[in-house]
Ligand binder design. Sequence first.
Ligand code: FCB
Length: 474
Amino acid sequence: MTADSWAGVPPSFPHGFVIGAATAAYQIEGGHDADGRGPSIWDVFSHTDGRVQGGDTGDVAADHYHRLEEDLDLMAGLGLHAYRFSVSWSRVQPEGRGALNQAGLDFYRRLVDGLLERGIDPIATLYHWDLPQALEDRGGWPARDTAYAFEEYAAVLGAALGDRVHMWTTLNEPWCSAYLGYGSGAHAPGRTDDEAALRAVHHLNLAHGLAVRELRRTVTHDAAYSVTLNFRGLESVDESSPEAIARIDALAHRSFLDPMLHGRLSERLVSDTAAITDWGFVRSGDLDLAHQELDVLGVNYYYTNAVRIWDGQGPRLRDDNHRETAGSPWPGSRDVEFVPDPGPRTAMGWNIAPHGLERLLVSLSAEFPDLPLMVTENGAAFDDVATDGAVHDQDRVDYLRRHFEAAASAVRRGVDLRGYLVWSLLDNFEWAWGFEKRFGIVRVDYETQRRTVKDSGQWLAATIAAHDAARRTH
Ligand code: FCB
């Protein structure tokens, strides 16, 4: 990599700004049956024919469970300020409730201690989609009891790691858990039931609130509490677009923002889904419980979607990945069409739109002026080519640089942005896409489990170093 490639780095971020990387348990850990771990819905789903591309599973993944020290050293080598990981619920509570698996808890203790020893802030996510299968067997997220199980699990983690974790995140992208898990069926557990998806939405909101309450009760370290939501930029195509945007905004964003951050149900969401449910499963007091004070809102951003109301002509495109799926992730809005945009796109087919990130951060900050934001995921899959122990992923470097610049511009416009975590530290199991899509700033050779820092990893390390140097001199 030449010095020129670093031009424009770093965008200026304020003092205390944390730059790091993120992963999720099922995507990297492997060790699927090691030391008493119970099965999660992703184990069962990935072992079901036809669910994951290439028949891939997370059985081994990046084998992080057995390569913890090496991966911690890798993070230290990159100079990460923070590392966002998730806890595998069924590693800690194999049955989802009750009995604890001490070996599982010990693994996360070693991880957190290893981060602290290296000066890296641990950011722990309680739930990144891997529900214990035992809880799915009892109804999964459409069942209210799952929220109470999550409350119990939060207390377990608060007690076990609450003296050392710096930031807690309850849920990662509950939109995916509810609508892809129970609506479109593209994700585990693969159900296709509109009402179940909406019940899941509510119980995830409730679970979040109950978990924040339990964490605050059990944690002893002075920690920050957050949730991570995924946001898509919504773009107009024609005169039907405002209606389509309002529907998708309600399902994608209002479903979670309104209960968690305003303590209310979105009227638009309720009216758009009236043919499916009367939301009678929302009990009195639930919205107050869901609405807990937070210190940070985690923002995951990848792309924009151009939407309009389908005019009945030509094939209708059902999900935002432009795939036909058995069900829809948009209950009550199946007539919304996602119009393929001209690109450029990543290997996921997602368009590259840094302006969407800036616009999003500015609008969230206007809606929640007192709530600091953190980009908890942003990154890109590209078809990397590995040569001579190197990966020259200039496309990923460009993607990251442009999104960092967009975030820096939002900061200049007054947004209280506290950090930026790149997705992902390692190449990993990209859910229904299996191992084919690579998001890592570090390459994983799945044959040998060898790690190679890509140019994008070097770019991130240089960005962090430049940020630190600039902060020292100002
Ligand atoms: C997000 C997920 C993360 C990863 C990226 C590409 O939706 O939170 O696990 O799959 O997308």
